[in-house]
Design a protein around this ligand. Structure first.
Ligand SMILES: O=C(O)CCC(=O)C(=O)O
Length: 281
């Protein structure tokens, strides 16, 4: 591929100037166009879409077994959840969640919602234990101080590793709240529980009001959430500081790109004036 070296307009700077590491399609390219169009239509209407049974029982079991020994502390405040265990920076601790982060169904939608070289913003395991109360309703891109209504600046997946039931802390969402302006939820806005079998996933826009549900059951509710953001925003988790190059070398090209081994043209994300993938050579 030839790289434009004669820059005569500002538009020339918005193209792919990556040279040795030009943009390549994500694994999302494997998803049929009509499937992605239907997902995008649901997102435009409701702010979320639910995909049932994307993971096998065996994959869910592998995740449970890998993360269980690492879950210990409860949250430090009621937002993290006093009866909720969280594991941050999951990519530095196990490889079993990689397939969730770069799942083609999610990437196919992200490829259309966000700009090329969008980033992973967070990857967490969330285990809501019996007795946990409802989490404060919120929307995920609220920490970017840009007034609503506006397009989402990011999107998230929450993967059910255990069944999500009406009483075990299933995520709750307020359908269509992604279109709200500055208003807050009121008691008239009835949240909907995202009831789905283990192995399923809810994908939602960063503007959708949602929260963790109350767990009044006898069992824990295990989930993995991956959040993504525009390539020109600061991700929630500073992966370039936490994920070593040894790990970056073994993850997929899509995950490398989402960890910041990519460029938002012309120079955002460069390392010493060069494409960050050169660090892996
Ligand atoms: O665990 C869930 O269902 C949602 C958690 C959540 O939205 C959060 O912690 O920001």
């Amino acid at each position: 591929m030839s790289v434009k070296s004669d820059i005569t307009t500002l538009d020339d700077l918005t193209g792919d100037l990556a040279g040795r590491y030009p943009w390549t399609p994500s694994a999302g390219a494997s998803i049929a166009g009509d499937v992605v169009e239907a997902d995008l239509a649901a997102l435009a209407r409701d702010g979320y879409v639910i995909w049932e049974n994307l993971l096998s029982d065996n994959e869910c079991q592998q995740i449970r077994e890998a993360v269980a020994p690492m879950l210990s502390h409860n949250g430090r405040n009621s937002f993290e959840g006093h009866r909720t265990q969280r594991l941050y920076s999951v990519l530095t601790k196990t490889r079993v969640c990689d397939r969730l982060v770069d799942h083609p169904r999610a990437l196919a939608v992200l490829d259309r919602l966000l700009m090329p070289n969008y980033l992973l913003s967070a990857i967490q395991v969330i285990n809501i234990r019996p007795g946990e109360s409802s989490q404060l309703l919120h929307f995920d891109d609220a920490f970017y101080p840009i007034p609503r209504p506006r397009p989402a600046l990011g999107a998230a997946t929450i993967w059910a590793i255990d069944d999500f039931t009406a009483d075990n802390g299933a995520t709750v969402v307020i359908p269509a709240s992604h279109r709200w302006g500055g208003r807050q939820p009121t008691p008239d806005d009835t949240p909907r529980s995202v009831i789905m079998p283990a192995g399923s996933c809810i994908f939602f826009l960063g503007t959708l009001w949602h929260g963790g549900g109350a767990n009044t059951s006898e069992a824990s509710r295990l989930a993995v959430t991956a959040q993504y953001c525009q390539p020109w925003l600061r991700p929630l988790e500073a992966f370039s500081l936490s994920v070593s190059t040894d790990i970056v070398k073994v993850v997929s090209a899509d995950i490398q790109r989402m960890l910041g081994y990519s460029i938002h043209p012309p120079f955002v994300g460069a390392v010493d004036g060069q494409h960050p993938l050169r660090l892996l050579e």
